[in-house]
Design a protein around this ligand. Structure first.
Ligand SMILES: *[C@@H]1O[C@H](CO)[C@@H](O)[C@H](O)[C@H]1NC(C)=O
Ligand SMILES: *[C@@H]1O[C@H](CO)[C@@H](O)[C@H](O)[C@H]1NC(C)=O
Ligand SMILES: *[C@@H]1O[C@H](CO)[C@@H](O)[C@H](O)[C@H]1NC(C)=O
Ligand SMILES: *[C@@H]1O[C@H](CO)[C@@H](O)[C@H](O)[C@H]1NC(C)=O
Ligand SMILES: *[C@@H]1O[C@H](CO)[C@@H](O)[C@H](O)[C@H]1NC(C)=O
Length: 355
């Protein structure tokens, strides 16, 4: 299960921007009460999407991904090839929106998790990581840090992560007291459901130490993980199993993470499968792997252009809350504006506030 999830999250590197939204609001307050929205997006190096093309006016927070750990010193480092992008990130995105807050995201789907496991296990390596993370953030001009090590496989990993998070928060508090600068924002990324990892993440420590958590509510089914049938990669509901956003977000809330710490991930991309029979084109129809691209991933813009080019008709399925369309043997499942609105409306139905 962990391996499967990690395989899926590594596909995150193909995404250009993932939108994350949060409403910080107790669920019993009227909707009109002042709300603080987090509208965060991840920008990944290694995509061809230029930083200057990010419309930062749409965001409150932008995350630059990914920094990684040095395997011998456990310090946070930015690869030589990323340095020119990461050092320009904050000043570039602030041109269109001076108040956008930038964060450096650490880890990601392709990081070597055994190094993180070792890092969290000892005081000295945790301290190297923490001190270097604050230093790197300052040097590169980031105003926050996002911890994206998502694979606690043992109970010891989870316990040690909890200790790291306490020490990290204490260090950023102490550092900002010392030079009276503002405290960096600390966030983390987590799998869509708390049950997907072999070990339960330390929810109490997460709650205490992070400003919020980015819940990765996508990649449930992809042409790689589920080549035999078309599927829902980011469905709000799924009548057949627990791979859906409603289940996942509720699992975090049932595990003790309050709604005002949950930021729901929305994919700005979908997946194309190859249908076995062009006339059998529903969610769950027989398929044979990916279409259009090697992994089947397509950005929202690419999907929209494809639909225009082939004059395809897309269908909305309210059971899953997703869109899909097909052209010949190509079947594409995706989220569009209508789907995002439905996910957003969840909060009004009182199931959960965050989105
Ligand atoms: C890790 O840090 C050491 C000491 O600073 C350095 O010599 C080494 O090149 C770094 N490793 C990588 C992979 O950058
Ligand atoms: C991950 O890091 C460990 C410890 O440095 C190393 O032994 C292992 O070979 C690395 N794995 C990969 C896939 O690079
Ligand atoms: C803040 O100052 C205290 C006392 O001078 C020092 O012990 C501590 O290491 C400093 N913390 C940071 C993060 O610089
Ligand atoms: C599935 O696709 C592969 C390669 O794309 C092809 O070799 C194989 O014959 C296909 N299987 C069926 C049953 O169509
Ligand atoms: C959504 O798709 C599934 C699978 O094809 C189907 O069973 C269900 O009836 C559809 N929901 C609606 C509201 O059409």
């Amino acid at each position: 299960m962990v391996a499967k999830f990690l395989k899926n999250v590594s596909m995150v590197s193909f995404i250009r921007i993932v939108l994350l939204l949060l409403v910080v609001l107790p669920s019993n307050l009227p909707y009109s009460t002042a709300q603080t929205w987090i509208r965060a997006g991840y920008w990944f190096s290694g995509t061809e999407f230029p930083i200057e093309d990010v419309n930062s006016a749409l965001f409150t927070h932008l995350l630059c991904a990914f920094g990684d750990l040095n395997s011998t010193t456990y310090e946070l480092q930015i690869s030589a090839s990323d340095q020119k992008y990461f050092s320009a990130f904050t000043s570039t995105v602030k041109q269109k929106n001076p108040s956008v807050v930038t964060l450096l995201s650490i880890g990601g789907g392709t990081a070597n998790y055994s190094i993180y496991s070792t890092m969290v296990s000892q005081f000295s390596s945790r301290k190297s990581f923490i001190d270097s993370s604050i230093r790197v953030a300052r040097v590169y001009g980031f105003e926050g840090l996002d911890f994206s090590w998502r694979s606690a496989s043992t109970a010891a990993d989870a316990t040690n992560m909890g200790i790291l998070f306490d020490e990290w928060r204490a260090a950023v508090e102490s550092e900002s007291r010392n030079d009276s600068s503002s405290q960096p924002t600390l966030t983390m990324a987590a799998p869509y459901s708390q049950y997907i990892l072999e070990a339960t993440l330390p929810v109490e420590s997460i709650k205490r130490n992070f400003d919020w958590v980015h819940v990765l509510a996508f990649d449930y089914n992809t042409p790689t993980s589920n080549p035999e049938h078309t599927g829902s990669s980011a469905a709000l509901y799924n009548p057949a199993n627990n791979q859906n956003t409603d289940f996942g977000v509720n699992s975090w809330m049932n595990g003790g993470l309050p709604a005002n710490k949950i930021v729901l991930g929305l994919p700005f991309y979908g997946y194309a499968w190859k249908l076995r029979d062009p006339n059998d084109k529903l969610i769950g129809s027989p398929a044979n792997g990916s279409a259009v691209t090697p992994d089947g991933d397509m950005t929202y813009t690419e999907i929209r252009n494809y639909i225009l080019q082939y004059n395809a008709v897309s269908s909305y399925n309210s059971t899953y809350v997703m869109k899909y369309c097909s052209v010949g043997t190509t079947w594409i499942g995706f989220d569009d504006i209508e789907v995002v609105k439905q996910k957003f409306h969840m909060q009004n139905r009182g199931t959960y506030v965050a989105m």
